[in-house]
Design a protein around this ligand. Structure first.
Ligand SMILES: C[S@@+](CC[C@H](N)C(=O)[O-])C[C@H]1O[C@@H](n2cnc3c(N)ncnc32)[C@H](O)[C@@H]1O
Length: 331
Protein backbone atom coordinates (compact mmCIF):
# COMPACT_ATOMS: atom_id res chain seq x y z
CA UNK A 1 0.00 0.00 0.00
CA UNK A 2 1.35 3.36 -1.02
CA UNK A 3 1.52 6.63 0.92
CA UNK A 4 3.10 10.04 0.48
CA UNK A 5 5.59 11.29 3.09
CA UNK A 6 5.63 15.06 3.40
CA UNK A 7 7.00 17.80 5.72
CA UNK A 8 4.28 18.90 8.10
CA UNK A 9 4.58 22.59 7.02
CA UNK A 10 3.23 21.77 3.56
CA UNK A 11 1.13 18.71 4.46
CA UNK A 12 -2.22 20.49 4.27
CA UNK A 13 -1.43 21.93 0.82
CA UNK A 14 -0.33 18.50 -0.48
CA UNK A 15 -3.38 16.80 1.08
CA UNK A 16 -5.65 19.19 -0.79
CA UNK A 17 -3.80 18.59 -4.08
CA UNK A 18 -4.05 14.80 -3.66
CA UNK A 19 -7.72 15.11 -2.76
CA UNK A 20 -8.30 17.22 -5.89
CA UNK A 21 -6.52 14.64 -8.05
CA UNK A 22 -8.77 11.97 -6.51
CA UNK A 23 -5.79 9.82 -5.49
CA UNK A 24 -6.01 10.02 -1.70
CA UNK A 25 -6.99 6.68 -0.16
CA UNK A 26 -9.91 7.49 2.11
CA UNK A 27 -10.01 4.07 3.73
CA UNK A 28 -6.79 4.83 5.63
CA UNK A 29 -6.09 7.63 8.09
CA UNK A 30 -3.49 10.36 7.74
CA UNK A 31 -0.91 10.04 10.53
CA UNK A 32 2.32 11.54 11.92
CA UNK A 33 5.59 9.60 11.81
CA UNK A 34 9.01 10.95 12.89
CA UNK A 35 8.02 14.57 12.38
CA UNK A 36 6.51 13.94 8.93
CA UNK A 37 2.95 13.48 7.77
CA UNK A 38 1.98 10.26 6.02
CA UNK A 39 -0.89 10.64 3.56
CA UNK A 40 -2.30 7.37 2.15
CA UNK A 41 -2.69 7.28 -1.63
CA UNK A 42 -4.04 4.77 -4.13
CA UNK A 43 -1.62 2.14 -5.40
CA UNK A 44 -1.55 3.42 -8.98
CA UNK A 45 -0.37 6.88 -7.89
CA UNK A 46 2.89 8.09 -9.46
CA UNK A 47 5.12 10.92 -8.24
CA UNK A 48 4.07 14.31 -9.63
CA UNK A 49 5.95 16.74 -7.40
CA UNK A 50 9.36 17.08 -5.78
CA UNK A 51 7.80 18.25 -2.53
CA UNK A 52 7.14 14.74 -1.20
CA UNK A 53 8.20 11.14 -1.61
CA UNK A 54 6.20 8.00 -2.16
CA UNK A 55 6.72 5.29 0.45
CA UNK A 56 5.36 1.86 1.26
CA UNK A 57 2.78 2.31 4.04
CA UNK A 58 3.90 -0.38 6.51
CA UNK A 59 1.66 0.73 9.39
CA UNK A 60 -1.63 1.58 7.75
CA UNK A 61 -4.36 2.83 10.09
CA UNK A 62 -7.78 2.02 8.70
CA UNK A 63 -10.73 4.24 9.36
CA UNK A 64 -13.50 2.44 11.15
CA UNK A 65 -16.32 4.66 10.03
CA UNK A 66 -17.48 6.10 6.73
CA UNK A 67 -17.66 9.84 6.36
CA UNK A 68 -20.56 11.68 4.72
CA UNK A 69 -18.78 11.83 1.39
CA UNK A 70 -18.20 8.08 1.31
CA UNK A 71 -21.80 7.41 2.31
CA UNK A 72 -23.08 9.50 -0.61
CA UNK A 73 -20.58 8.01 -3.03
CA UNK A 74 -21.68 4.50 -2.03
CA UNK A 75 -25.39 5.21 -2.29
CA UNK A 76 -25.64 7.77 -5.11
CA UNK A 77 -22.44 6.97 -6.99
CA UNK A 78 -20.99 10.48 -6.63
CA UNK A 79 -20.57 13.36 -4.20
CA UNK A 80 -22.51 16.45 -5.32
CA UNK A 81 -21.07 19.93 -4.75
CA UNK A 82 -23.95 21.26 -2.68
CA UNK A 83 -24.35 18.29 -0.33
CA UNK A 84 -23.47 18.88 3.30
CA UNK A 85 -23.83 17.37 6.77
CA UNK A 86 -23.71 19.71 9.77
CA UNK A 87 -23.53 18.26 13.25
CA UNK A 88 -24.78 20.08 16.33
CA UNK A 89 -24.09 17.90 19.36
CA UNK A 90 -26.03 14.70 18.69
CA UNK A 91 -28.23 16.14 15.94
CA UNK A 92 -27.34 16.15 12.24
CA UNK A 93 -28.73 18.35 9.47
CA UNK A 94 -28.19 17.12 5.95
CA UNK A 95 -28.35 19.17 2.77
CA UNK A 96 -28.91 17.27 -0.48
CA UNK A 97 -29.54 18.35 -4.05
CA UNK A 98 -33.09 17.66 -5.24
CA UNK A 99 -31.82 14.86 -7.49
CA UNK A 100 -30.79 12.82 -4.40
CA UNK A 101 -33.97 13.34 -2.37
CA UNK A 102 -35.13 9.86 -3.36
CA UNK A 103 -32.22 8.41 -1.29
CA UNK A 104 -32.72 10.66 1.75
CA UNK A 105 -33.96 7.94 4.16
CA UNK A 106 -31.34 5.42 3.07
CA UNK A 107 -28.60 8.04 3.48
CA UNK A 108 -29.95 9.05 6.91
CA UNK A 109 -29.87 5.43 8.14
CA UNK A 110 -26.33 4.98 6.86
CA UNK A 111 -25.28 8.19 8.66
CA UNK A 112 -26.78 6.80 11.86
CA UNK A 113 -24.59 3.69 11.55
CA UNK A 114 -21.45 5.81 11.27
CA UNK A 115 -22.04 8.80 13.55
CA UNK A 116 -23.25 8.93 17.15
CA UNK A 117 -26.45 10.88 16.52
CA UNK A 118 -29.88 10.99 18.05
CA UNK A 119 -31.75 12.72 15.21
CA UNK A 120 -31.18 13.56 11.54
CA UNK A 121 -33.02 16.30 9.65
CA UNK A 122 -33.19 17.35 6.02
CA UNK A 123 -32.31 21.00 5.39
CA UNK A 124 -34.68 22.70 2.94
CA UNK A 125 -33.19 26.20 3.11
CA UNK A 126 -33.76 29.47 4.94
CA UNK A 127 -36.44 32.02 4.30
CA UNK A 128 -37.05 35.74 4.55
CA UNK A 129 -35.26 38.49 6.45
CA UNK A 130 -35.50 36.38 9.62
CA UNK A 131 -33.55 33.59 7.85
CA UNK A 132 -36.00 31.02 9.27
CA UNK A 133 -34.83 27.47 8.62
CA UNK A 134 -37.06 24.86 7.06
CA UNK A 135 -36.06 21.36 8.14
CA UNK A 136 -37.94 18.07 8.05
CA UNK A 137 -37.23 15.04 10.26
CA UNK A 138 -35.74 11.89 8.75
CA UNK A 139 -34.80 10.06 11.96
CA UNK A 140 -35.89 11.13 15.48
CA UNK A 141 -37.16 14.62 16.24
CA UNK A 142 -34.69 16.23 18.62
CA UNK A 143 -34.10 19.84 17.62
CA UNK A 144 -33.15 21.66 20.80
CA UNK A 145 -29.36 21.69 20.93
CA UNK A 146 -26.59 23.23 22.97
CA UNK A 147 -23.17 23.66 21.44
CA UNK A 148 -19.86 25.18 22.51
CA UNK A 149 -18.01 27.45 20.09
CA UNK A 150 -15.02 29.68 20.86
CA UNK A 151 -15.60 29.10 24.59
CA UNK A 152 -19.24 30.26 24.37
CA UNK A 153 -22.39 28.23 24.91
CA UNK A 154 -25.22 28.54 22.37
CA UNK A 155 -28.60 26.93 23.02
CA UNK A 156 -31.17 27.04 20.23
CA UNK A 157 -33.86 25.12 18.41
CA UNK A 158 -32.76 24.07 14.93
CA UNK A 159 -36.36 24.15 13.70
CA UNK A 160 -36.76 27.79 14.66
CA UNK A 161 -33.47 29.62 14.21
CA UNK A 162 -30.47 29.40 11.94
CA UNK A 163 -26.92 28.84 13.11
CA UNK A 164 -24.02 29.39 10.78
CA UNK A 165 -20.87 27.42 11.65
CA UNK A 166 -18.94 29.01 8.78
CA UNK A 167 -18.64 32.39 10.55
CA UNK A 168 -16.61 31.17 13.54
CA UNK A 169 -13.45 33.05 12.61
CA UNK A 170 -15.37 36.24 11.84
CA UNK A 171 -17.06 36.20 15.25
CA UNK A 172 -13.70 35.98 17.03
CA UNK A 173 -12.11 38.53 14.68
CA UNK A 174 -14.74 41.11 15.64
CA UNK A 175 -14.31 40.31 19.35
CA UNK A 176 -10.57 40.92 18.87
CA UNK A 177 -11.12 44.35 17.27
CA UNK A 178 -13.25 45.73 20.10
CA UNK A 179 -11.33 48.03 22.44
CA UNK A 180 -11.82 48.53 26.16
CA UNK A 181 -14.85 50.67 26.97
CA UNK A 182 -16.49 50.51 23.54
CA UNK A 183 -20.23 50.68 23.10
CA UNK A 184 -21.27 48.19 20.44
CA UNK A 185 -24.52 47.75 18.54
CA UNK A 186 -25.43 44.36 17.06
CA UNK A 187 -28.27 45.23 14.65
CA UNK A 188 -29.24 41.63 13.76
CA UNK A 189 -28.37 39.81 16.96
CA UNK A 190 -30.09 36.45 16.35
CA UNK A 191 -29.36 34.13 19.27
CA UNK A 192 -26.20 36.09 20.09
CA UNK A 193 -23.89 34.92 17.28
CA UNK A 194 -21.72 38.06 17.55
CA UNK A 195 -22.92 39.55 20.86
CA UNK A 196 -22.00 36.53 22.99
CA UNK A 197 -18.37 35.99 21.87
CA UNK A 198 -17.81 39.74 21.78
CA UNK A 199 -18.96 40.27 25.36
CA UNK A 200 -17.19 37.14 26.54
CA UNK A 201 -13.80 37.89 24.96
CA UNK A 202 -13.54 41.70 24.81
CA UNK A 203 -13.58 44.59 27.27
CA UNK A 204 -16.55 46.35 25.66
CA UNK A 205 -18.55 48.49 28.04
CA UNK A 206 -21.94 47.56 26.61
CA UNK A 207 -23.53 45.79 23.70
CA UNK A 208 -27.03 46.61 22.45
CA UNK A 209 -28.43 43.50 20.74
CA UNK A 210 -31.52 44.01 18.59
CA UNK A 211 -33.46 41.00 17.31
CA UNK A 212 -36.75 40.85 15.41
CA UNK A 213 -37.72 37.18 15.63
CA UNK A 214 -39.28 36.31 19.05
CA UNK A 215 -37.91 32.74 18.91
CA UNK A 216 -34.37 33.96 18.34
CA UNK A 217 -34.84 36.68 20.95
CA UNK A 218 -35.88 34.05 23.54
CA UNK A 219 -32.65 32.10 22.88
CA UNK A 220 -30.63 35.33 22.91
CA UNK A 221 -31.86 35.94 26.48
CA UNK A 222 -31.05 32.35 27.41
CA UNK A 223 -27.56 32.51 25.90
CA UNK A 224 -26.80 35.78 27.71
CA UNK A 225 -27.70 33.98 30.94
CA UNK A 226 -25.87 30.72 30.11
CA UNK A 227 -22.68 32.64 29.35
CA UNK A 228 -22.96 34.83 32.46
CA UNK A 229 -22.88 38.10 30.47
CA UNK A 230 -23.59 41.30 32.36
CA UNK A 231 -23.55 44.26 30.03
CA UNK A 232 -25.77 43.20 27.16
CA UNK A 233 -28.91 45.20 26.52
CA UNK A 234 -31.26 42.96 24.52
CA UNK A 235 -33.98 44.68 22.54
CA UNK A 236 -36.77 42.86 20.72
CA UNK A 237 -37.96 44.48 17.51
CA UNK A 238 -36.94 46.00 14.20
CA UNK A 239 -33.52 47.68 14.18
CA UNK A 240 -34.72 49.91 11.33
CA UNK A 241 -37.00 51.69 13.81
CA UNK A 242 -35.50 51.01 17.25
CA UNK A 243 -31.87 52.01 16.71
CA UNK A 244 -30.95 55.18 18.62
CA UNK A 245 -28.68 57.81 17.03
CA UNK A 246 -25.17 59.01 17.96
CA UNK A 247 -24.19 56.47 20.62
CA UNK A 248 -22.14 53.56 19.23
CA UNK A 249 -18.40 53.09 18.67
CA UNK A 250 -19.03 50.05 16.51
CA UNK A 251 -22.01 48.65 14.62
CA UNK A 252 -22.23 45.01 13.51
CA UNK A 253 -24.52 44.42 10.53
CA UNK A 254 -24.42 40.60 10.51
CA UNK A 255 -27.22 40.06 8.01
CA UNK A 256 -26.33 39.23 4.41
CA UNK A 257 -29.17 41.37 3.01
CA UNK A 258 -29.08 44.59 5.00
CA UNK A 259 -28.04 47.26 2.50
CA UNK A 260 -31.06 49.38 3.31
CA UNK A 261 -30.00 49.54 6.99
CA UNK A 262 -26.66 51.24 6.20
CA UNK A 263 -28.03 54.74 6.83
CA UNK A 264 -29.42 53.71 10.23
CA UNK A 265 -26.06 52.12 11.14
CA UNK A 266 -24.12 55.29 10.30
CA UNK A 267 -26.65 57.39 12.22
CA UNK A 268 -26.10 55.13 15.25
CA UNK A 269 -22.37 55.92 15.33
CA UNK A 270 -20.84 58.49 17.62
CA UNK A 271 -18.90 61.20 15.79
CA UNK A 272 -16.54 58.45 14.63
CA UNK A 273 -16.73 54.68 14.64
CA UNK A 274 -16.67 51.37 12.80
CA UNK A 275 -19.35 49.69 10.73
CA UNK A 276 -19.01 45.99 9.85
CA UNK A 277 -21.31 45.43 6.89
CA UNK A 278 -22.10 41.91 5.60
CA UNK A 279 -23.30 41.03 2.11
CA UNK A 280 -23.30 38.12 -0.31
CA UNK A 281 -21.92 39.16 -3.65
CA UNK A 282 -21.12 37.38 -6.94
CA UNK A 283 -17.40 37.26 -7.67
CA UNK A 284 -17.96 39.24 -10.90
CA UNK A 285 -19.15 42.29 -8.94
CA UNK A 286 -16.99 41.76 -5.88
CA UNK A 287 -16.58 45.53 -5.33
CA UNK A 288 -20.35 46.06 -4.88
CA UNK A 289 -20.41 45.97 -1.04
CA UNK A 290 -17.53 48.49 -0.85
CA UNK A 291 -19.31 50.77 -3.30
CA UNK A 292 -22.57 50.56 -1.35
CA UNK A 293 -20.91 51.58 1.93
CA UNK A 294 -19.02 54.45 0.23
CA UNK A 295 -22.15 55.66 -1.57
CA UNK A 296 -24.21 55.65 1.64
CA UNK A 297 -21.54 57.54 3.62
CA UNK A 298 -21.19 60.11 0.82
CA UNK A 299 -24.95 60.66 0.70
CA UNK A 300 -24.87 61.48 4.43
CA UNK A 301 -21.85 63.76 4.13
CA UNK A 302 -19.84 61.34 6.26
CA UNK A 303 -16.16 60.67 5.61
CA UNK A 304 -14.68 57.20 5.22
CA UNK A 305 -11.36 57.19 7.10
CA UNK A 306 -10.47 53.56 6.45
CA UNK A 307 -12.18 50.82 4.47
CA UNK A 308 -11.40 47.20 3.64
CA UNK A 309 -13.21 44.02 2.77
CA UNK A 310 -12.62 40.37 3.57
CA UNK A 311 -14.20 37.10 2.58
CA UNK A 312 -16.15 35.38 5.36
CA UNK A 313 -16.92 32.21 3.41
CA UNK A 314 -18.11 30.78 0.10
CA UNK A 315 -21.88 31.24 -0.05
CA UNK A 316 -22.70 29.33 -3.23
CA UNK A 317 -20.75 28.58 -6.41
CA UNK A 318 -19.28 31.92 -7.58
CA UNK A 319 -20.86 33.88 -4.72
CA UNK A 320 -18.99 35.07 -1.60
CA UNK A 321 -20.18 36.15 1.80
CA UNK A 322 -17.99 39.19 2.58
CA UNK A 323 -17.71 41.78 5.31
CA UNK A 324 -16.73 45.42 4.82
CA UNK A 325 -14.97 47.14 7.74
CA UNK A 326 -15.38 50.91 7.46
CA UNK A 327 -14.19 53.59 9.90
CA UNK A 328 -16.46 56.53 9.39
CA UNK A 329 -16.44 60.11 10.66
CA UNK A 330 -19.69 62.04 10.66
CA UNK A 331 -19.77 65.78 10.04
C1 LIG B 1 -28.73 35.91 9.35
S1 LIG B 1 -29.15 35.95 11.03
C2 LIG B 1 -27.65 36.27 11.80
C3 LIG B 1 -26.65 35.27 11.40
C4 LIG B 1 -25.37 35.44 12.13
N1 LIG B 1 -24.73 36.65 11.68
C5 LIG B 1 -24.44 34.29 12.05
O1 LIG B 1 -23.26 34.51 12.01
O2 LIG B 1 -24.83 33.13 12.10
C6 LIG B 1 -29.92 37.46 11.05
C7 LIG B 1 -30.83 37.74 12.21
O3 LIG B 1 -31.34 39.07 12.00
C8 LIG B 1 -32.69 39.12 12.41
N2 LIG B 1 -33.33 40.26 11.74
C9 LIG B 1 -33.74 40.36 10.46
N3 LIG B 1 -34.24 41.58 10.22
C10 LIG B 1 -34.13 42.28 11.37
C11 LIG B 1 -34.47 43.60 11.75
N4 LIG B 1 -35.03 44.44 10.88
N5 LIG B 1 -34.21 44.01 13.01
C12 LIG B 1 -33.63 43.14 13.90
N6 LIG B 1 -33.30 41.87 13.60
C13 LIG B 1 -33.54 41.44 12.35
C14 LIG B 1 -33.23 37.76 11.99
O4 LIG B 1 -34.38 37.42 12.73
C15 LIG B 1 -32.03 36.84 12.31
O5 LIG B 1 -32.09 36.31 13.60
Amino acid sequence: MKAVRVRKEIAEKVRRELEKMGVKDRKRRIRFENGCVIIPVNDDFELVSGEYEIIEDRNPMFRDRKNFREILENIAGFYPKNADLKIFGDVGIMKLPQSLFQYRNKIAHEILKNYRLNSIWLDRGRHGMERKPEITPLIGNKSLVEIKENGCIFRFDLRKVMFSQGNQFEKMRIAGLVERGEIVLDMFAGIGYFTVPLMKHSKAKKCYAIELNPDSYGFLLENIRLNGLKNVIPVMGDSMHLTPENFADRVIMGHIRCEKFLGVAIDALNEEGWVHYHETTPEKIIERPLKRVKRQAESMNAKILEISMRKVKNYSPGVYHVVVDARIRKN
